[in-house]
Structure formats: C-alpha cells, structure tokens
Design a protein around this ligand. Sequence first.
Ligand code: GLA
Length: 710
Amino acid sequence: MQMIPRSLKLTALAVALASTPVGAETLRLQTKNLTLEFEVGEGGRLYQRPLGTDMKRERLQRADEAYPQAGDGYIWEPALQVVHADGNTSTALVYDGVERNPEAADREMVRIKLRDPAYAFEAALCFRLHRDRDVVEQWTEIRHHEPGAVTLERMASSSLLLPPANVELTHFYGDWANEMNPVTERLTPGTKVLDSKIGVRAHQFGNPSFLLSLDGPATENSGHVLAGSLAWSGSFQFAFDHFGERVRVLCGVNPFASAYHLEPERTFATPVMIWVWSGAGFGEMSRKLHGWAHEFGFRDGRQPRTVLLNNWEATGFDFDFNRIAGLFEPAKELGVELFLLDDGWFGNQYPRVNDHAGLGDWEPNRTRLPEGLAPLAAEAVKRGLRFGIWLEPEMVNPKSALFERHPDWVIRQPKRELELQRNQLALDLTRPEVQEFEWNVIRDILSVPNVSYAKWDCDRYLTQSGSAWLGPDRQSHLWIDYVRALYALMDRTAKAFPNTELMLCSGGGGRADYGALKYFHEFWPSDNTDPVRRVAMQWNYSYFFPAMTLAAHVTHWGDRPMHFACAVAMSARFGMDLDLAKLPAQDKAVCAGAISAYKRIRDVTHLGDLYRLEPPQGAMRGALNFVAPDRSRAVVFVFQLKEGQPLPVRPQGLDSARKYAVRELNPAPGRAALPQEGRTFTGADLMRDGVVPSCAKAVEACVVELEAEP
Ligand code: GLA
C-alpha cells in the first residue's frame, strides 16, 4: 500500500538507496511546498522519486528514470527519442553535473546536465523555481557535436513521475464557440493522450492546460493539486502513462509528423511547461499561478484595463468612415475609453466586404476610408477615445492581390486541392520573405498615428501542412518552425511597440496559452459571448488565467438581459460590442451603470485574488469573489442561471477582524435593495453568514462591493 503524506514538504531525506553507489548524488529542487527529488543511480543514470512520496525502493528501476530515452532498455513511453548521425536509434543519458543559479530572492535556475557516453550528445533538464509561488517552469535543451544532423523524434519538455494511486485528471475540450468544457477522470493503467495536431494554434478542441489531483478528488479549498500549462501555440501532446506503480506525465510539442533534424552545435530548446503546486485545492493553485502570470505570463500585469468598444457585432463588415465615427460620441458619453475597429477596413482590388476576399491586402479600402486609417484614429482621439485596430497578418484569401503575386507563399500540399477554412489559407511563416512581409504589415499598421491597441487574429488552423520553402527533407519542421517564427514576430512587435496594447485572438479561443500570451495583454476566450455560456467558460479559464487577461464583451448573443450580460463581462476584462446608438434607453442606463461600476472595481478584479465560490456547471447559479491585495475591498459576483432561492453567498479571503460595508453595484432596475445594503459587518461574519444577493430568477446577476472601514 502506497503512502502519500499530507504535506509534500519532505523533511528527512533518505539518501541511502540500496543500489545507489557510494558518492552518488541526490538533487533536491524545492519551492516552498513542493520538492522534486532526483537520484543518480547505478551506471550514472538519473532517476526521479515520484512527486510527493517518500517511497524508498530497494532498487531504482528503469521505470523511475527522470527523462527516459528510447532504444536502450526503457520500454514505456520515452521523453526522448533520437536517431543519431550514424543511424543509431538508441540514446543513453548519464548524469553530468548540475548548475544552480539564484536569479532573485525567491527564484532559482537549475540545469541538470546529462550526456550520452557513446555520442557527443547532451541534454539539460532546466527548471526555474519560483519558491514563494510554488511555480516551476520546466524545459529541456538538447545539443550535440556529432558529425552530421541528428533527428529528434520525441523531445518532451517535462516528464514528471507521480504516485500512481488516485490520480484524477481534469482537462478541457471543446470546439469553436464552445471552448473549455471540463472533464474529470481517474487515471487507470494504460496511456491517456491529450493532444492537438492543428499547427498554428494549440487550442480549439483541447486546451494545453490541465489539473491533476494527487490523492483523490480535490476541491477549491482542499486536496493536493498539480496544474500544468504548456507555453506553446502549436500542436502539443500530453501523455499520462500509467504503468504499475508509477504515472509518468509527458508534456511537450506533439511528436506527430514533427521529426526535427538538429544540426551540430545548435541547441533545441523545448517549450516551457509551467507547473504549479497547491496543498490546499484549486483555489490556492490558481491564486499562485495568477501571481506568477501577473509578473511573467503576460504584459503590463499591474495595469488595470480600460473599457473597450468593438464594432464587430454592431456593424460586421458593413461600415465606412462616417458609420464608425458615428459610434464615437455615444461611446464617449457612456464612459467607453477605447474603440477597436474590427475586420473589413482594407483591400482595394478585392475589397474586404465579407470574408471571401481581400485578406492579405492591407491597404485601407479607399471607398470606406478614403484618407486611410489616420483620420479615423484622430477622430477617435478628438472624442476622447483611444483607437485600436484588427489585423490578421498570418493569413490570405485566395481572392487577393497577395495570393496572385505569391501563390507559393501559402501552406499547402502540392497535387492536392486547396482546403480553405473561412475561405482563407495560412502564409508560410518559415519563409523569410513571409516573415518580412508580415512584419511590414504589422509595423505599418501599428505606426499609424494614434493607434494604441490591436487585435491579432488567426482564423484558421493547418490541415495540409506542406511548405514549398522547407523542401523535401524538412517538411516535418513546419510545425515547430512556424511557431518559433511566430514568436519571433510577436516579440519584435512587442519590443517595437511597447505602448501598444495587444489582444490575442484566434477564431475564438484558439490561442489561449502562455506561449503567445507573454507578448500580449489579453486574449479572446471564445467567439461565443452568450453570458450564460461565458459564466462557465470564464470560470474554467480562470483556473489558469487571471481575470484581466480574459476579454469579455457585452453583446446580444443569447438575447439575455443587459444587466446580466454586463455583470458577467465585468468579472473579467470588460468590453462591449453593441451599436450603442440603437440601444433602448433602459439598456443604455444599465450599460452606463456597469461601466462606472467596472471603473470603480477594476483594481480589485484585475489585481486582486480570485476565490471561486460556487461552480456554475449544471448549477442554479455561479458565484465568485475578488479581494484586493491589502484586503481593504472585495467584490462578489453572483450569476443566477436557473430560478432559485436568494440564498446567502459566502465570500472568502476577507480580513476576519475588519469591518466591511456592503453595497450592491449597479443594481438592476426594479429589484428590491439587498437586505444588508449599507450595513457593516466584520469579515468573519460575512465569510460565515454570507451576503444575500438580490437575484433569484434565471439570468439575473448581483455584484456586491465590500469596503473595509478605514
Ligand atoms: C474572428 C474573431 C472575431 C472577429 C472576426 C473578424 O472570428 O474571433 O471576433 O474579429 O474574426 O473576421
């Protein structure tokens, strides 16, 4: 029977394994509450103790290898599979030392070096330990000095061993407009694979993030939780290999059709796998991961976001200068701060008046915008709004001047009929001319005076992964080299335009990953903006991503009451996608109230800690609250999904001793005031007795501010 300790903070270290030769090394990588422990065993191979156990084996076995290699005795799913320059298909890595470097007071970088005694081939297991947050970034660097290229068939970022008993996996599946549905299952013997093979994005059908609970089901406030998120915007693979007494979790790029020929003296660095540990359930895990993300995961993480108005749902492709300029005044009156012009502003030979033509031809359309973008941006600024613009630099419609000039620039398979998605093709970003073309497009658009925001879209994935540029020997590089070139482009953009805010979008939530997000400020979680659907979707994204990264726009999707739609959007990064001039007066008043409430609370919802209170899936309602870092304020959201009783909702994370005044923000017209409105209670009372919300009918919401007495 396997013993799993309550706390993973291992105190005693059992160095003396029976088979460990004298002088063998034990390596302990530690954050505050998590220890990763490695042993150098017989023959110098590197082994890992299953995470969170004090299992002492009589002999270290091959199944315990830290980063198993194919071809020399390891018979399960390997982390590394290589064909050496001379054709040998086996690799055998032995320990070759460790480098440890403190990077900051609570941050350490560790590189465990491995080498193959028979080949000039080496790998480094790299760990960046964020001690206070219990976050570990892990990746692998592979390098060699063999006489010719070696072929990497598999190259995992991470290959962690877990104890086998009672491991529960929660992962997230979906499709366009239906992203991020959770499913939880017990891992059983065999290999469970989660992956995507769509190349230019990781997500749509499955997100590259998951949750593991290590000793049976976890809850928001209890259980040992290990969450993982792969920072990669291309095809990925997670393999949960359960064999006998071990579970190995292999994470990285998808080996599918991705053999990589690595030249001598070049380093192949895998994408980063982000791990976060909590001994107290999913809530604490998310707060730690969010804390890391605010600092390292996305841009300007300490700057609350503006109120945005987008024209996509309001006008679609049907607009010109006057139609758009006409949206500015009502927007400003309502309190909007930033306007985003969406698709449809470009193309002349093939005007972009629908999604069939013009993509790739990035000159402003002369009929719609005779003087270009600058006067429209200037007009917005004159009315007191910032101005943003939509672009999709990686794509082309066959009906475009660009495609006519450069048919060989697209990703396609020779001798196959072109397979279009949304009438478009992806440009081959591995080709240097395409890299330069896309950079010029981005640079020119973002250099238009007064453009200070952009939405970077990507509305298809790869289905015919051929590159005329890569040639016959390197077709399998496309998946990896595309994403690397994409990151180079995003990095160049972020560096050249440090003050331009960027939204990551990919036909809905296709790029919901920390690989791309680090160059961006926020991402578009889904084209589905029905607030009922968004309550659950935002909840599920919130396991991994802070509220301020989740773009949430009020639209007419689902035809829900305006008050409910506004409340749901206010719990994330608030925006609107409505024709404000056509809004009935009552809805307009609700929107104005929501905007001013959002401005009041955004420092709390964007910079504070999230507590998920009542899960919405299949439930009567969902509820969550945010608490400011100094606990002087909190905001509680209740989203009623089905008719029910106005039962109290119990906030968490308050200061027990302080007294908080209760106040409903932007109350719905015609509803009775909260029973506790205007009264003051201690944090302890509020957390024990709760706040009775003003909502009880389906699609009603209630937003309550708790403000501590000075
Ligand atoms: C994608 C995006 C939408 C919108 C359209 C424009 O579908 O997800 O928000 O920008 O493209 O074509």
